[in-house]
Design a binder for this molecule. Structure first.
Ligand code: ATP
Ligand code: MG
Length: 350
């Protein structure tokens, strides 16, 4: 029985997940770890980015830790066999409907942030993005030629009560373990799906989470507030499209893409999917330059939320903080450490 399934993937994926694996082997030496091909490398080997065996292994594991997938090499593959299609199928197959993306400011990096120190110092805010519904999945969707010339493109936003409620529940539960505050972002002023979103969140709050502070916020205002005063937020729950945009904006508050992990969770007891928010970074792949901290912090989230190893997770987090305080910096953080040396700095701090 596999505890942790590693899917290193393409580009810098294998380089950064190797460092996460080294950390896992130290903090949780008894974990059963398995590795499989996924993404472009799986397409090269099996003709598919995600084989049935790999999906079955992912569903049977307690947690899945992914590197990154994709790259120019597979841009010409049939659309349904591209690495990105494999990723959508993995998320759908694992039924991970809640995407947790922390925006975290490490004290040691507060000065390096693209924003003013007082704005981001101590920032610790979590966006919960609905991941398997909404406009990215709704039908009908098509592009058609119009008889009078030109074309027409249609996408459809669909949300059900059940879809909204289960992701809102994740946000409320999370908030209880944090600062007890949830912002729910939608556009109920102009969208019916936004109206339903607000109604369902309000209702769930009243029924089960009245102890948590709830505020509704329009998504455009949320974007402004994230840039203006991000420290007011604890947990923000929002739909797939707004969450995609707002979580990218929040991520940029704290500096490098190479620092930020993410988790995608399904129903309680089902395996979570953990991955750095960055892509496969073909421009630096194979050069031992990538920052492995996003992958290591993704492992930290996996230990905490799927593997029931909160103590090991605390150790990993503390080691990352200590390594940064000791001055460990890869190139993206303005330093000169290699991927491997950053991994070693974390291991040394452990
Ligand atoms: P995707 O479409 O797969 O999300 P992307 O276009 O968002 O990819 P990334 O692959 O995330 O792009 O890379 C964006 C930039 O950030 C690149 O210049 C890359 O080198 C840099 N980058 C990404 N991840 C890291 C990392 N872990 N360490 C250092 N630099 C990184
Ligand atoms: Mg990207």
């Amino acid at each position: 029985m596999t505890d942790l399934l590693l899917l290193p993937g393409d580009g810098i994926g294998p380089e950064v997940t190797r460092q996460a694996r080294r950390v896992a082997e130290v903090v949780a030496p008894d974990l059963a770890i398995e590795e499989r091909l996924f993404g472009g490398c799986s397409y090269d080997e099996h003709g598919l980015p995600l084989t049935e065996e790999t999906l079955a292994a992912a569903k049977a594991a307690k947690a899945v830790l992914m590197g990154a997938v994709g790259g120019q090499k597979w841009a010409g593959a049939p659309r349904d066999k591209r690495p990105e299609a494999g990723l959508l199928n993995l998320r759908a197959g694992m039924e991970v409907f809640a995407n947790l993306r922390p925006a975290l400011c490490f004290e040691a990096l507060a000065d390096a942030s693209s924003l003013k120190r007082e704005l981001v110092q101590g920032l610790d805010f979590m966006i919960v993005r609905e991941l398997t519904g909404g406009i990215y999945f709704g039908s009908p969707r098509f592009i058609e030629e119009l008889p009078e010339g030109g074309k027409r493109a249609v996408d459809t936003q669909v949300y059900t009560t059940a879809e909204i409620e289960r992701v809102a529940r994740v946000a409320f539960e999370l908030a209880r373990g944090r600062r007890n505050k949830v912002h729910s972002a939608e556009k109920s002023n102009v969208m019916d799906s936004g109206l339903l979103w607000r109604e369902v969140v309000t209702d769930l709050h009243k029924r089960e989470y009245a102890d948590v502070e709830l505020e509704h916020i329009l998504a455009d205002n949320a974007a402004m507030q994230i840039v203006k005063n991000p420290k007011q937020f604890d947990v923000m729950v929002t739909d797939n499209l707004f969450g995609d945009i707002l979580s990218d904006a929040a991520a940029q508050l704290t500096g490098s893409l190479g620092m930020l992990p993410s988790a995608a969770l399904g129903a309680p007891g089902k395996p979570g999917l953990y991955e750095p928010i960055h892509g496969s970074a073909p421009d630096i792949a194979g050069q031992n330059l990538a920052n492995p901290l996003a992958a290591i912090l993704s492992l930290e989230m996996a230990l905490r939320w799927s593997l029931d190893r909160a103590e090991a997770a605390d150790k990993v987090y503390a080691a990352v903080v200590r390594a940064l305080e000791g001055g460990a910096r890869t190139r993206d953080l303005g330093g000169a450490l290699t991927t491997e040396q950053m991994g070693e700095a974390v291991l040394a701090a452990l």
